[in-house]
Design a protein around this ligand. Sequence first.
Ligand code: PHB
Length: 394
Amino acid sequence: MNKRGFLARCALLCGMSALAGAPLGAQAQSDVVKVGLIFSMTGPFASTGRQLEAGVRLYQAQYGDRVAGKKIELIIKDDAGVPEQSRRLAQELVVNDKVQVLAGFSLTPLALSVAPVATQSKTPSVVFVAATSSVIDASPYYVRSSFTLPQVTIGVAEWAPRNGLKNVVSLVSDYGPGIDAESAFKQRFELNGGKVVEAIRVPVRNPDFAPFLQKVRDLKPDAVFVFLPAGVGSAFMKQFTERGLDKAGIRLIATGDVTEDDILADMGDVALGVVTSHHYSAAHPSAANQKFVEAYRKANAGKRPNYMAVAAYDGMRLIHSALQATKGATGDALLDAMKGQSFESPRGPVLIDAQTRDIVQDVYIRRVERRDGELYNVEFDVLKAVHDPGRRGK
Ligand code: PHB
C-alpha cells in the first residue's frame, strides 16, 4: 500500500473506532442536546436544503428550543449533494461535535452513505427526505418523517385505470426512488387492469428529456407516468409541451414530486390538469395546515412550503416529543420514544410504525388547479393510513 492509501485507511479506521465509543457518557449529563442536520444547501439540490432548514427553524420558532430542561442546539452542515461529504460530515458531527441526533439527508444515496455512521455510533437519526423504501433498513437507528415512493405511487396507479388510462409509459430518474416508483406503479396499475407498455429511465443529473419524450410520443400511450426528484419537474414540464405531447393527447400523471409546491407556482398553465398522488399539498384543507402555511410564508418572504419543509417540521416535532418522553435522555431510549408516535401533521394524521420505523400517512390524489390566481395541487380523493406497500400490503 502506498503512503496515501495507508493514511486514508488509517483515517477511516480511526474515525470508526472513535465512533464506537462516541455518544452518551459526559454529554448525556449536560443540559444541551445537539442535533446535527446534514442538508444539501448548495449544488443542484440546493432548493431542498432551503426548504428543510426553513421547516426546522419554523418548528423551533413556534415551540421553542428547550425540552425537558435541555436546550436543543442545531448544527447545520452542507453536503452539496455528495455522498462522501454526507458521511464525512456525519462522522465529524458525531465524533467532534458530539451530536446526540442526526437528521436530514436530501437524497437516497446520501442517507445510505450516512447509515453506517448512525449504526456504529448508535445515534438516532431522522430521515427528512430520502424516500427509497429500503433506506429505512440501512440502519436500525433510522426513523423516517418523509414518505416512500411505493407509498405515494399507488394512489395514481389506482386512479389511472379507473379513469380510462389503460396503456401507460413510465419515465423515472434512474436511481433508488425512481426504480421503486417504476416497479410500484407497474405492480399496482397492472393489478387494476392497466398495461405499462415501456419503462424509461433517465439520468439523475442534468437530464435532457428530449430523446425520451420523443420515444413516448412515438409509442402514443394514453398517459406517461413520471417520477423525478424535487426541483426537476419544471424542466420536464416545459419539454413535455414543447415536444407537443399534450397536443398529441398524451396525459401526464406523476408522483407529487414533479408538481411540488416550491416550483409549481412558476410552472405556468402547462401544469394545469396534471393528476398526481402524494402525501402533502400546501392546499391541504385543514386548520393545522392553514396555520402552518401562513407561518411559513411569513417567515420566508411569502414562499410556500413543500413536502420537504413539512417533513423537517414534523421531524423536529418527533425529536422534541421523544425528548419530552425520555425526560431528556438520548441514545437508545430516544430512538424507542420516537417509535409509535402519532400526531396531526400539516399533511394530515401520521404515525411512526414502531416495528418498521417508517411513516404511515394518508396519500392524496390531486389535480393542478388555479386558486386565487396561483397554481396548487388540489386534493380530490384520499387513501387513508397507507404503509409502505413493500412492508405491510397497504
Ligand atoms: C430521494 O433521493 O430519495 C428523493 C429525493 C427527492 C425526492 C424524492 C426522493 O423528491
